[in-house]
Design a protein around this ligand. Sequence first.
Ligand code: ADP
Ligand code: ASP
Ligand code: MG
Length: 809
Amino acid sequence: MKVLKFGGSSVGSVTGLHNIKKIAESADQPLIVVVSALGGITDKLIALGKRAGAGDIAYIGDLDAIIRRHLDLVKEEIAEEKQAALMNDLESLFHDLRSILHGVYLIQDLTQKTADAIVAFGERLSSLIVATFIDNAKHYDSRTLFKTTRQGEKHLVDYDLTNKNILDNFTNHQGIAVMGGFIATDAATGVTTNLGRGGSDFTAAIIAAALDAEVLEIWTDVDGFMTADPRVISTAYTIDELTYGEAMELCNFGAKVVYPPTIYPVCVKNIPILIKNTLNPTAKGSVIHAKAASSKSPIRGISSVNEMSLVTVSGLSMVGVVGVNRRIFATLAKGGISVFMVAQTSSETSTSLCVTTQDAEKACQLLDKEFEKEIQDGAMHHTSKQDGLATVAVVGERMKQCSGTAGKLFTVLGKNGISISAMSQGALEMNISFVVEKHQLRKALNVLHDSFFLSQHEELNVFLCGTGTVGGSLLQQLAAQRQMLMEERGLKVNLVGVCGRTKAAFSREGIDPARYKEVLAESGKEGGVERMVDEILEMNIFNSVFVDCTASEEVAAQYGRLLSANVSVVAANKVAASSDYDNYEHLKLLARERGVKYLFETNVGAGLPIINTINDLRASGDKILRIEAVLSGTLNFVFNTLSEEIPLSKAVQMAKEAGYSEPDPRIDLSGKDVIRKITILARESGYRVEADEMEKQLFIPASLFEGSLDEFWAGLPALDAQFEAERKRLVSENKRWRFVAEWADGKGKVSLREIPLGHPFYDLEGSNNIILLNTERYREYPMLIQGYGAGAAVTAAGVFADVLRVANI
Ligand code: ADP
Ligand code: ASP
Ligand code: MG
């Protein structure tokens, strides 16, 4: 014999209903089918009772909608010849329900007893419909079988009576029996009661245990027991098998798929539970049984409960107060408050208890009363509470054999800026539970799920600010490389936000980088970095990186906020790294403190590995003594392009059009860009220096930089003739202009130099950059790094490499 339970989502949908019929009718052994109310009806009945009790006549409309939903299902799905008898039964139930509600409305009072009677109509109605729909099935009113006794506000199953009733009715059961789950009657008074929300699973388990069924099948709307709640974690997947112990831990902590009390009765009888999907019956499902094959990960699943509070009993002299814990738990038990988790410090000066937020205030009052005298004497403090929390349980029997699980767990949480309010692990080592702030719950679940279950690929969530030439190029590269990174490097780069000048778009699930323009056009969100950062902090996604492909001071000003929230920053923008030394240092320290990265390799030499090389040299004990470099791709391009036909003003124009120059070319021509770069290199080499301490010898009169951009373009041609004359002289002397940055003896300088033939800078082509590094190790012959020093594609590639560095792959 098998016991099958179909949940509300199975019964409530047309496909579900037809599948139930097929599953039941094709069984090759006797069945007992337990059904829930149609999906959503239980909630509606509860609300209906409250509305009538509040004297709101609108309850009638709600009642009619409930009746209509049942009637529509019958009219559309049940064979005509079966309809009449069924309608008779249903009408009679509708009549009773209407009368009860009318009474409640008239006296404007809803007792628990009446509410229980009202909610029971859900299963009473659905079980009649299912029993009629399945050919040759017999309907039973489960209220005549299930008996409860009252304890406080709860109804407990009277196992003696219930088991007897089940055995009397089903010992030699053949065929298909159908009944509603959840509902019962009081053993003493016969009034309708129930087994608690979600209790249909429990009904089915009690029957399975009483009859020693071969299996208890729980048919629901997901493919099985999953590694986490699929509504929160989109990458959660079905667990093939798990032990009773593991299932119990997960269900007790919020895995709604099975009602917690369900597991115990079948576990005692060693009856397996099979979780299946009514809407996808061919999926394998999950088995819960005594022994389950070990999983790859040390943990089997993660679950959580929201709306929690921590109640803390504390006091320095509490150590000496006898039986504190006994009194705490006795007090709470008397008040009907259940405790989800306990954390006590070994010094015994405080005990924190995790309870639902609904119970928290009452818990504090009861405990303050219990310890009134100790509080008065000063031995203990008033009970305190912290609301707005959530509890997470990480469960797996294999944790016991795998050391380091807790270490990994708390490390990844810490790296993502999630702090733990309390934690607990029992000696069984099967469950590590911890409390976090409610707004961190989704992130905590995601980061843990990602690192424990999806370790075959790491996920990096990218927010990109700036969709100009570099940003646009980065998006193209991302689109082209995504698949390869996933397959060959195990890295899933997920673009979760893009912000252009006027529009922004965000998506937890990811934006296709190839379609970012359409996505931005369709998005209703306005651009602007401050808004973007607000959104990033609000989304609070794990393993996030902010990529700045702008040249904006406003964007650079946001790095501190981002790093503080454990978001790594990759900047093509040089503003922050070359700003006040204190700010630069603060950002670097902040990143280190938060365990995230602040990377800006492309600030100097576009995609050339300069900053990383300096860092590697220093980390391995070398010291940078002198830097001599041509760091402006724009200026080098300009000086290499000058000719008889191409005067200075034209060459500058061409550099701009080729995408080499800063959006405002004055930043290049004034030497500002090179000063920023040499400042950054000096700082990365370990020197404390400000940009305005660099000596500069310019080649364009300062007056040209003082007006507007238009005035600059208009004034530039006036310099053409003089430059051409100088150029001719240089050619005759076999020299070339190079705008050189130098750092030596703790001092920096930028100047236009005339480089003779034979010098390494002489042959520097196009927009290339060159860097000579003299270090203690590279003293006699400097290290030389040379290559493209400007251009959107190489800069974007350098940014991309920094992004990958954040992922540490
Ligand atoms: P039913 O109406 O069939 O009783 P429930 O809504 O009570 O269904 O339970 C199924 C739901 O439980 C799923 O739709 C899913 O959203 C939720 N759920 C939470 N945690 C888990 C988990 N670990 N595995 C599967 N489902 C889960
Ligand atoms: N219908 C009840 C509820 O929604 C029982 C169940 O579905 O298991 O709580
Ligand atoms: Mg359920």
